[in-house]
Design a protein around this ligand. Sequence first.
Ligand SMILES: C[S@@+](CC[C@H](N)C(=O)[O-])C[C@H]1O[C@@H](n2cnc3c(N)ncnc32)[C@H](O)[C@@H]1O
Length: 251
Amino acid sequence: MTAVSFSSLLDSWDRQQAAYIAEREARFNAQLEVLALAAGQDFHVVDLACGPGSLSLRILQRFPQARVTAIDLDPLLLAVARGALAEYGDRIRILQADLADPACFAALSGPAPQAAVSSTALHWLMPEQQLALYRNVAGLLADGGVFLNADHQRYDQRQPRLKALAERHDEQTQQRAWDNGVEDWDRWFAGALQSPALAAYQAEREALFAGRPVPPPTPVDFQLAALRQAGFSEAGTVWQLLDDYVIAGWK
Ligand SMILES: C[S@@+](CC[C@H](N)C(=O)[O-])C[C@H]1O[C@@H](n2cnc3c(N)ncnc32)[C@H](O)[C@@H]1O
């Protein structure tokens, strides 16, 4: 499969993900803005659960001096990321690791990174695994380093009106995308598996994700408390639309 095909798979991934996150591009931009303010231009950042490389790509494009280490568990998505980001040479390093494993950063070597980011991913971990990962991230970062996590943080029964509004907003966002012919998650993977090179990863990815529990949703106050508990000296929200947030933690 050619690099052009990997890039178009990343483009269709972006359209598919935007069906689930109404202002995904604005949310990415918020992460990039805060990254510039907090870390400058010349930094090493770790992209946690990078998927096929959407956020890594935006960082590489916006910060020509930055280096990115992109980590994910899914070998198929990592193969797309490797192909789509190949032109960035040694500014991008792509690693396979399970973020639920306390040793997930074992392969990271060299000076401590100044930043860590993530998008639409850490809700795949159980809340106690998220807390353990945040401890791990706090240990990994350089002093003063920043962690920027973009994800849905669901309203619970304490805010029934906001919960109902956010659910309606999600339904409307998805319906608009499906009406415009955007692929959903299953159709995107079915399309990717048409490539024999990517289909070769299917058995491994099924085995890696088999039997994992479905995590309960967490509210934003859990996230802020977890960051402080994990050793971040300061934590706060830097962007929000309904139940979609960018949360920052400073080591
Ligand atoms: C919805 S995708 C988001 C990908 C990318 N960050 C984006 O915004 O497009 C969720 C990602 O989390 C990854 N993931 C889920 N559980 C993981 C784990 N335990 N370790 C590493 N990656 C994981 C999946 O493989 C997938 O790439």
